[in-house]
Design a protein around this ligand. Structure first.
Ligand code: ADP
Ligand code: MG
Length: 616
């Protein structure tokens, strides 16, 4: 049999590679802007038309290319940036694959003019679908201008896949932000359909962020700075009160590259815990500098996913650094960040004069006195004795209760944390009314005293059992969205979504497809507010990934836990009368009402005896 394996012609190979590197116009923008930065430019102009479908042009004032380099730059694996595999572990540039220009030229009409400082004239090249159409000498300023027209002209399927001009422009703008934010000293201009939409002068990080996101940012940013052996963290977080409902102003950069990391994102969210509402997101702009050899960017062609050697340490450092910054900000609201708050006397102490401590003696106190008149007198049997005592207290009120189950829980002991189970009816019968204490506890009366429920933990328990049930019996009620919601996920997040898709569907989520980065959500569980879908899914994915590393519990349980954590009412949430009652009833209808899914006590009973003692 004759040999049948052939090497693919270059232009075919390039076209295949292009599929990976160039997903949409924004990918071209990213590659061209990064090349301009690698070329040492001080000013970069981005010009797009029709969401980049008609034209994407990047003009820089960088090094430029010689005639030979200009031609070579369009060859695959042609790069000036690395020369050996070793260099991969010490990357200082954005590019290194030598793939971008070759890929772009394979699927578009490219026009390049470039000149180096030591040449009087420059080179003008035209390439269409990998074929050089023309090469001329041209008078052009130092630097490079590349325009890319008719993207995907030879791949109609791809071209049809492109979204509306507005959507594509949004993607381009995202890329522009990411590049511009990390290079504040470079000047950027961005024109769309002839109108200038960004004009960013050379400045520092803080001002660059303000220029991009508007002057409202000015007073929202809290600086973050920490230097350790492993990482240098700098940048800004947004004050908690400006946390947003939507995803958006959250940026991680590692060694001057925009990266996505649900794991590190989680570290930031964890630092904000308790300071912001569950369905809101903190804004952050964080720049991490790590030893280039401890980071691997080679994982994916679009290069937003990176791998750090020591993610766990990074997580811990990030979290505590941000907590520290938040703390500093709370102590010193006057934006005096250089000032060391440790040297401050707490305000309340400063205002107080020195007072002699007072000792008060209760001369009538007799430790051997019996607390309640009691019929039974078994000395060694405190338990029984006090239960009896409690019954006496109610005798006069004609409220005799022989219900064994109930009286067994009414124990006047020192302990506030009695883990005894109540049946739902007992609670209902005796719930006089409820009120909320410090937006944290729901308080009610029960026969034995005062019932105090931790609203967040209790709701977690309720939701946990509900979701666990739904996942296993597949009975979640879905709320169909009138307009499917588009959310973007990275590969890692998508992989997780696929993994848990079935469980998510069981509880009411519906997805159109999980094949592309942009996922259309068409339905959500009744409980999830439309505005919070992105947040819930994000946190779910992060929680799921985190939970998986420690082990053994089932996917259903892990998910139910994550969902309950993310959807439960928080401390700080106001509950109306009805919600309070429902919470109490639902809690005691649970199989395990006394513990949250995270093994924390959900409620306690302060017995009448405990209260009486305080009045002694
Ligand atoms: P990479 O950036 O990975 O090296 P590219 O295909 O993006 O690969 O670019 C190939 C080469 O072309 C680069 O290594 C660089 O030498 C040259 N080049 C590309 N764009 C520019 C530019 N704007 N200015 C100067 N040189 C450039
Ligand atoms: Mg490049």
């Amino acid at each position: 049999m004759a040999d049948i394996i052939k090497l693919l012609p270059d232009h075919v190979a390039n076209q295949i590679a292009a599929g990976e590197v160039v997903q949409r116009p924004a990918s071209v923008v990213k590659e061209l802007m990064e090349n301009a930065i690698d070329a040492g430019s001080t000013s970069i102009k981005l010009i797009v038309k029709d969401g980049g479908k008609t034209l994407i042009q990047v003009v820089d004032d960088g090094l430029g290319m010689s005639e030979t380099d200009a031609r070579l730059s369009f060859e695959r694996h042609a790069t000036s940036k690395i020369s050996s595999a070793q260099d991969l572990f010490n990357l200082q540039t954005k590019g290194f694959r030598g793939e971008a220009l070759a890929s772009i030229a394979a699927i578009a009409h490219v026009d390049m003019q470039t000149r180096t400082a030591d040449n009087e004239v420059g080179t003008h090249l035209k390439i269409e679908g990998s074929k050089i159409i023309s090469q001329d000498v041209v008078a052009t300023p130092k630097g490079t201008s590349i325009s890319v027209k008719n993207l995907f002209f030879n791949i109609p399927a791809r071209r049809n896949f492109l979204k509306s001009n507005q959507v594509e422009l949004r993607h381009i703008t995202d890329e522009f932000h990411r590049v511009a934010m990390v290079h504040p000293s470079i000047e950027f201009h961005f024109y769309n359909n002839g109108a200038e939409i960004f004009n960013l002068p050379s400045t520092k990080h803080r001002q660059r962020i303000v220029h991009i996101f508007g002057s409202k940012m000015e007073h929202r940013l809290v600086p973050v700075n920490e230097e350790t052996d492993v990482v240098k963290v700098s940048g800004f977080i947004c004050k908690p009160e400006f946390a947003k409902k939507s995803r958006g102003e959250q940026f991680f950069f590692a060694n001057n590259r925009f990266i996505k990391s649900p794991y590190l994102h989680h570290a930031v969210v964890a630092a904000f815990e308790g300071l912001i509402k569950s369905d809101t997101y903190p804004g952050y702009f964080l720049f991490l500098d790590v030893d280039p050899s401890s980071i691997d960017i080679n994982i994916h062609p679009t290069k937003t996913e990176v791998k750090f050697d020591d993610e766990n340490t990074l997580y811990a450092i990030l979290r505590s650094t941000i907590k520290h910054s938040l703390g500093q900000f709370n102590v010193a609201p006057v934006l005096d960040f250089d000032h060391d708050p440790n040297l401050d006397t707490p305000y309340s102490y400063k205002e107080k004069g020195a007072v002699l401590p007072k000792v008060t003696v209760d001369s009538t106190f007799n430790p051997f006195e019996e607390k309640t008149p009691s019929k039974g007198t078994g000395r060694g049997n405190f338990h029984k004795q006090s239960t009896k005592g409690w019954e006496d207290l109610y005798e006069g009120l004609g409220n005799q209760n022989d219900n064994q189950e109930f009286s067994s829980v009414v124990i006047e002991s020192e302990s506030e944390e009695q883990g005894t189970l109540y049946s739902g009816e007992d609670i209902e019968d005796h719930l006089a009314s409820t009120f909320q204490l410090r937006r944290k506890y729901v308080v009610s009366t029960v026969k034995s005293g005062m019932l105090v429920i931790h609203q967040n933990r209790a709701h977690e328990r309720v939701l946990f059992e509900k979701f666990l049930g739904e996942i296993t019996v597949k009975e979640g009620v879905s709320q169909q969205l009138l307009f499917p919601l588009e959310l973007t996920f990275n590969k890692q997040e998508l992989a997780v979504l696929k993994e848990i898709k079935e469980s998510l569907t069981n509880i009411g989520f519906a997805f159109q497809s999980l094949e592309e980065e942009t996922v259309k959500v068409t339905g959500v569980p009744m409980m999830v507010p439309e505005s919070g879908i992105g947040t819930v899914l994000d946190r779910l994915i992060a929680d799921y990934m985190e939970g998986y590393s420690d082990g053994s519990i089932s996917q259903a349980e892990l998910l139910a836990k994550a969902l309950s954590r993310n959807l439960a009412v928080r401390t700080g949430d106001v509950l109306d009368q009805e919600s309070q009652l429902i919470l109490v009833n639902n809690l005691f209808a649970c199989k395990e009402p006394n513990l949250s899914p995270f093994q924390k006590i959900t409620y306690t009973i302060i017995s009448e005896g405990d209260i009486d003692k305080k009045f002694n």
